[in-house]
Design a protein around this ligand. Structure first.
Ligand code: GLU
Length: 368
């Protein structure tokens, strides 16, 4: 089963799961959901929660109606509501001894390679610390033109960046049905989708989705991002108690299957950027280390060519100028000129600030 086999899991919960139409907070649901989180932790999964609700809870606190909000006001409302949201999580999850952290992202953070790499490292460090990151869009900063606006697509990007194996979008329906289940008795839940063809797109457009910002359309967009990221995605009913346990027990949901493997997706992402901006020439010791799957350290770098920034795509050549690999640099070319040939523990002194020790992390490298 896809969920059982996944190591890193992203779960997206919409506002309507946290607060009902009458603006009453669904404490009981969140408390049941926290049991699901505890269970995933016991199964040694890495978990990220993408949660909406900042605007809805901000409106509740300020006694405003969400429908009449203008963008600039909604940004202030989100700023008020985000604390309410995290307090709600903290209160509920704290009683189960689940440690939480908060990450607010903008569209640019997820689209720009350098920021995305940083976000990936932060997620990894939080997993190692045993914390569950709770992610939302930074609604107080994002403007209409550069905004996701819905957490379905944001969640799929988070899944892509964090290298998640599966994303679960908790909705108010069991998944995607062949016909409208509310009016057609013959409607069947589609259990697995390999190809998002025209027929699926049409079903999604007609579907009665959740009341949140997205509806089914943004869920399909999210599925497309997951498919090319090597990530499984499920649309499942979140309105019931213990929705994750329910997927584990009954698998009552719609799964979208990835088109390529996670590894191929990552490699593609690394080398998909505009042509390499520079080159690093390395010594035999470093070459051997890379052949053994290690990261590239400054000590093994003989020469740096070209001008590039952190996160840029560069080539790694051996001493005979034969290309061995490509990767994303954790340092600028100017910084590498200063630290090349030096031991990692000298880097902070040489640059004047504390920094990573790998010049190219093994996860950011593809052998050619
Ligand atoms: N980021 C928004 C919030 O927290 C919600 C976006 C959505 O509904 O998907 O209120």
């Amino acid at each position: 089963m896809y969920l059982k086999d996944s190591k890193t899991i992203v779960v997206k919960i919409g506002s309507s799961l946290l607060i009902n139409d009458k603006k009453i907070i669904r404490d009981k649901w969140l408390s049941e959901f926290s049991k699901d989180v505890k269970k995933l932790q016991r199964l040694k999964k890495n978990l990220i929660i993408v949660s909406s609700g900042a605007i809805a809870l901000g409106c509740k606190k300020l006694k405003l109606n969400k429908k009449n909000l203008k963008l600039d006001k909604s940004q202030a409302v989100a700023s008020v509501g985000q604390i309410e949201l995290m307090n709600l999580f903290k209160k509920t999850f704290g009683s189960k001894k689940i440690n939480l952290s908060q990450i607010l992202l903008t569209l640019e953070d997820t689209e720009q390679r350098r920021r995305a790499i940083n976000a990936k490292r932060t997620f990894e460090n939080l997993f190692n610390l045993g914390f569950v990151p709770v992610v939302n869009e930074n609604d107080s900063i994002a403007t209409t033109e550069i905004k996701y606006g819905d957490n379905d697509r944001l969640a799929s990007r988070v899944a892509q960046i964090s290298g998640a194996d599966c994303l679960i979008l908790l909705s108010d329906v069991n998944g995607l049905y062949s016909k409208n289940p509310k009016i057609d008795k013959n409607a069947k839940l589609i259990k697995e989708i390999k190809n998002i063809d025209e027929k699926i797109e049409q079903i999604a457009t007609r579907s009665i989705g959740e009341h949140g910002t997205g509806g089914m359309k943004t869920k399909i967009d999210a599925a497309k991002i997951c498919q090319i990221s090597g990530c499984h995605m499920a649309i499942a009913n979140g309105l019931i108690n213990r929705p994750i346990q329910n997927i584990l027990d009954n698998n009552l949901c719609t799964w979208f299957l990835p088109k390529i493997s996670k590894l191929d997706a990552r490699k593609k992402w690394i080398i998909s950027s505009i042509s390499p901006k520079g080159q690093l020439i390395i010594d035999d010791g470093a070459l051997n280390a890379l052949k053994n799957g290690k990261s590239l350290l400054a000590a093994g770098i003989k020469e740096v060519k070209g001008q590039f920034n952190k996160g840029d795509h560069i080539k790694i050549l051996d001493k005979n100028m034969v290309e061995f690999a490509r990767g994303l640099s954790s340092f600028t070319s100017d910084e590498i000129s200063i630290i090349k040939g030096k031991h990692s523990n000298k880097i902070s002194n040489l640059l004047g600030y504390i920094s990573k020790s790998e010049v190219i992390h093994k996860d950011d490298m593809v052998k050619v």
